[in-house]
Write a protein that binds this ligand. Structure first.
Ligand SMILES: [Zn+2]
Ligand SMILES: [Zn+2]
Length: 128
């Protein structure tokens, strides 16, 4: 499915700091600046596999709120690093992660909608 690029969500500057593992910096056409850490992006991977996994976790959380709220969730995983990143056309970036996962294509539209800054997500996230 082609992803149209809404105006305003167009990046004017994209910096992907693979070698320093410092994440991704994007400046948008409307002047907004976003910073994404690689572990965050790995968690937000928009590919079908990860969408399925998140949906499963969500339904698990609905079925058992105590489980979802437990801070002792046995899901330790090492922090993801990026091993490579490429721009896909003018609408997305693709990131290969240190866990071997590389099917996630992050459209700029998606990236803007998951911008973790205080302005875009006024309620501080308390999710683990
Ligand atoms: Zn994925
Ligand atoms: Zn933001």
């Amino acid at each position: 499915m082609p992803i149209p690029l809404p105006t305003g969500r167009k990046p004017t500057s994209v910096k992907i700091h693979v070698s320093t593992n410092a994440g991704v910096d994007i400046t948008w056409a409307d002047g907004h600046a976003s910073h994404f850490d690689f572990p965050y992006l790995r968690d937000q991977c928009p590919c079908a596999t990860c969408n399925d996994e998140r949906a499963k976790k969500d339904s698990l959380a609905e079925a058992s709120p105590a489980f979802a709220a437990s801070p002792a969730l046995p899901m330790f995983k090492p922090k993801a690093r990026a091993t490579a990143a490429t721009q896909v056309g003018n609408y997305a970036i693709q990131i290969s992660f240190s866990d071997g996962h590389s099917t996630g294509i992050y459209s700029y539209d998606h990236l803007r909608s998951i911008c973790p800054c205080a302005e875009c997500s006024p309620a501080p996230t308390t999710k683990l």
